[in-house]
Design a protein around this ligand. Structure first.
Ligand code: SAM
Ligand code: SF4
Length: 390
């Protein structure tokens, strides 16, 4: 892997035939949840920068991006994430999508997702988002248990996430996701099962479920260090994953990536792009982009981001040109996590040989000439990657 000088994006040209997405990062939250280390800022942390300035800067970045790409490629998917995009309200999120459309042609059936926090949504917001052209809503529910939401410092009640999902569907959103976190200190198996039942009751077509990661530097990590909170061990996490997978499968969801389940047709195409050879421009503070074999990431602070764009510069912090070996390693790491699995032709002769051992160990299985994780393999996906790549 060769690293270029900081803040200089080399010429990037999308490879034809690979899906193209736009990711927009909204770096604002009303308060910070104790477990979260995402690039997001509360009003107190921002010292003056506001969403209005961010939107001006975002428009400038998208304009520079389209110019940099020459003829802007057709966009298959847009994903507005955060932070808390729903803090921008219907008008703000409509302006974000307009900014994308001004500089990039959207495919006729483009998937356009926004993340939203249950407490900053309403029936009116969902109607405005439909009107603006959004096609998919992703809500951070995390849990249906009040004490789990409290341990995570979430601002919403369990009932609000369920109501928000229903309001989104009533506004005409066919595609609604609920995010769950499992393994929060104090969560029981029953708590998780109630959360999954609530997701099923909400009638959504997509669920993402992530094991809680205690990130260094967060308030939760400090509480764990002081002994105030005890995260569950790996065996408990594995059992929780099996429980939630069984309950979701019984309710008509299928896993399509290790942490993602959908009803038929409900898969998130934008995220599939990340895992399966897609390319995207990442706009906004701290956003990452990947086009051709170039990956880059923007400066993190909204003030620096706005200042660089005001100076007419792309707000790139650093970038790297991936060599063929790194592209291959990342391809294997990401694609093995998909239910579609790995085509053996992607693997080298020695990797195919090692794959035989992983199959014999019961972690991979062959399905229609693909290597697909078994149920046990899904619990040990990182080890499978290590075994394959040696
Ligand atoms: C960073 S949030 C942004 C969207 C929105 N603000 C929210 O909180 O739902 C996206 C998702 O990442 C997941 N997430 C964030 N931090 C995590 C952590 N430390 N461990 C596991 N999942 C995490 C949560 O499920 C969350 O819904
Ligand atoms: S609302 Fe979402 S992005 Fe904001 S601090 Fe909480 S988890 Fe992080």
């Amino acid at each position: 892997m060769t690293r270029t000088a900081p803040a200089e994006l080399p010429a990037v040209a999308p490879t034809p035939g690979r899906p193209f997405g736009v990711y927009i990062h909204v770096p604002f939250c009303a308060t910070r949840c104790g477990y979260c280390d995402f690039n997001t800022y509360t009003p107190a942390e921002l010292g003056g920068a506001d969403p209005g300035e961010w939107l001006v800067a975002l428009r400038a970045e998208l304009s520079l991006a389209a110019r940099r790409l020459g003829s802007a490629p057709q966009v298959d998917t847009v994903f507005v994430g955060g932070g808390t995009p729903s803090l921008l309200g219907g008008t703000g999120l409509a302006a974000v999508l307009d900014a994308v459309r001004t500089h990039f042609p959207l495919a006729p059936n483009a998937e356009v997702t926004t993340e939203a926090n249950p407490e900053s949504t309403s029936p009116l917001l969902f109607e405005q988002l439909r009107e603006a052209g959004y096609t998919r809503i992703s809500l951070g529910m995390q849990s249906a248990a009040p004490h789990v939401l409290a341990a995570l410092d979430r601002a919403h009640s369990p009932g609000r996430a369920l109501a928000a999902a229903r309001e989104a569907r009533a506004a005409g959103f066919e595609h609604v996701n609920l995010d769950l976190i499992y393994g929060t200190p104090g969560e029981s198996d029953d708590d998780l099962m109630r959360s999954v039942d609530t997701v099923v009751e909400a009638g959504v077509d997509h669920v993402s479920a992530y094991a809680l990661v205690v990130e260094d530097g967060t308030a939760m990590a400090r509480r764990v260090r002081r002994g105030e909170l005890t995260p569950p061990d790996d065996d408990v996490l594995a059992r929780r994953y099996e429980l939630l997978d069984a309950r979701l499968t019984a309710a008509g969801f299928d896993w399509y990536e290790v942490s993602n389940w959908s009803r038929p047709g409900g898969e998130c195409l934008h995220n599939i792009g990340y895992w399966n050879g897609g390319q995207w421009w990442g706009a906004g503070p701290g956003a990452h982009g990947f086009i051709g074999a170039v990956r880059w990431w923007n400066v993190k602070h909204p003030n620096t981001y706005a200042q660089m764009l005001a100076d007419g510069r792309l707000p790139v912090s650093d970038c790297e040109q991936l060599d063929a070996e790194t592209v291959h390693i990342e391809d294997v790491m990401l694609r093995v996590r998909l239910r579609d699995g790995l085509p053996p032709s992607l693997l080298s002769a020695s990797e195919r040989h090692r794959a035989d051992t992983v199959v014999a160990d019961g972690l991979l299985t062959r399905m229609a000439d693909r290597l697909v994780l078994t149920d046990r393999g899904r619990l040990l996906a990182d080890a499978v990657v290590r075994d394959l790549l040696d």
